[in-house]
Design a protein around this ligand. Structure first.
Ligand SMILES: [Zn+2]
Length: 251
């Protein structure tokens, strides 16, 4: 007799298979990242259609077959239709990309689940400005890497452990955190080191990163952030993301 499993999850990817099937990639509460095949779901008569789509938050029921999981029932908890909201669309797409690229195997991860649920609540419970939406993505991305065990040092220089001088701050992907001028200077003209992320940042970016790691969204969402600092944070985040992607194999 088949065993039925039931769990909640965030649907972050869908791929069409054969004539009318579809495979959904879902980050679930109880099993981590899984793929579930929905048979004949692309037919108009399918009862499963209403409960599942990309970016939905749904309760899914499935059976585990020899080769894959098959969807047997699904109820949508939150239908996230982003077609009218460009900012939301961007953040959902970026979260989906991170989950797809950095989580390979099936494994329950309560901390990641809590982070994703937390982001969902924040996106849906308040009217976010364009800047706050960008900031919320950074909040997700940095905390995501932190949960995976790659939280950068932001309290002191990662190399010499000295207190940071707010006027001379650098960030090194390779060393995993903020580097003071003294420690940067010796390698500053070393191209390799520079290309691996010894980039200049400012004290606002450090402040924002600390708030992100403290998960202090109350303060973060009310911050008035200068355009320059937001751009610096944007470049730093993109750079760190690419560095993680190229230097670690997540499987
Ligand atoms: Zn130092």
């Amino acid at each position: 007799m088949a065993v039925y499993y039931r769990t909640k999850g965030f649907i972050f990817k869908k791929d069409d298979r054969s004539e009318a099937d579809r495979v959904f990639s879902i980050f679930t509460k109880d099993f981590g990242k899984i793929e579930i095949r929905a048979r004949a779901i692309r037919k108009i008569t399918s009862k499963l259609r209403a409960g599942i789509d990309k970016f939905y938050f749904s309760e899914v029921e499935f059976i585990q077959g020899k080769n894959h999981k098959t969807l047997t029932d699904v109820v949508a908890i939150e239908k996230n239709d982003c077609s009218q909201n460009f900012e939301k669309m961007i953040i959902y797409n970026k979260i989906a990309e991170v989950l797809d690229k950095f989580i390979k195997g099936q494994e329950k991860d309560e901390k990641l689940w809590n982070l994703i649920s937390d982001i969902f609540k924040k996106i849906n419970s308040q009217k976010l400005t364009a800047d706050a939406t960008r900031l919320l993505y950074f909040y997700f991305m940095w905390n995501f890497f932190s949960e995976l065990g790659y939280m950068p040092e932001t309290q002191k220089c990662v190399k010499c452990c000295e207190k940071l001088n707010p006027y001379n701050l650098y960030f090194s992907n390779k060393d995993g955190g903020i580097v003071c001028k003294n420690c940067t200077a010796e390698n500053y003209y070393d191209k390799e080191t520079c290309s691996e992320g010894c980039r200049r940042i400012n004290s606002d970016v450090v402040k924002i990163l600390r708030l992100i790691f403290n998960k202090d969204w109350q303060v973060l969402s009310r911050l008035k952030i200068e355009h320059l600092s937001l751009n610096l944070l944007n470049q730093l985040s993109e750079n760190y993301y690419l560095y993680m992607l190229s230097s670690h194999s997540f499987s």
